[in-house]
Design a protein around this ligand. Structure first.
Ligand code: ZN
Length: 181
């Protein structure tokens, strides 16, 4: 049975998802034990820190790479811990582990992409959206001025997962967006 609460912020790049995660993280850090997790793959600004495009940052407790045993993180999480996960799309298998955390009574907060730049759903996010108690679908601003719910890739790289500081992707509205890998 799931007794923990799951809160999810999703949306395209540049929609301030990580900002919402960190604001809640700092608030909860004052009242309970917290665990902040980021993927090793997201080293855009720092290897260990969770950093937003606007410069907010917090030191991650765990940095997970491909093939790491994310179950080990469960063991290191103390009682009453609120767990925060940034960019779960870069942590294969994290969806299943988050379900186990929820079943163990941990509250989990997640911010990440819901759609890749080709318009396909991010697999790790599908079950998280279904399990979530609260979902905030955030929007960025398209170059045309409309609210943007898609991520536009500006040039093809041939691979779906790329980390980028700002010159490979842009937010796009449904009218302007074109799927690209
Ligand atoms: Zn547009």
């Amino acid at each position: 049975m799931i007794s923990g609460k799951l809160t999810v912020w999703v949306g395209p790049m540049f929609a301030d998802k990580t900002t919402h995660l960190l604001e809640t993280y700092w608030k909860q850090k004052l009242v309970t034990n917290t665990l902040l997790i980021k993927p090793k793959k997201d080293n855009r600004y720092d290897e260990r820190k969770v950093v937003t495009h606007s410069g907010l940052e917090a030191e991650a407790d765990c940095v997970l790479g491909d093939g790491d045993n994310v179950f080990d993180i469960c063991l290191s999480a103390g009682g009453g811990t609120d767990i925060f996960v940034d960019e779960p799309q870069f942590i294969p298998g994290i969806g299943h582990v988050i379900k186990l955390w929820l079943m163990s009574g941990y509250n989990v907060y997640v911010s990440g992409l819901d759609l890749w730049s080709n318009g396909e759903p991010v697999p790790e996010m599908l079950s998280l959206l279904a399990y979530a108690d609260e979902v905030y679908k955030l929007k960025a601003k398209c170059k045309c001025g409309q609210p943007a719910s898609k991520t536009q890739k500006l040039r093809s790289t041939g691979t779906i997962q790329n980390v980028d500081k700002g010159d490979l992707y842009a937010p796009a509205c449904n009218d302007c967006w074109e799927p690209l890998v």
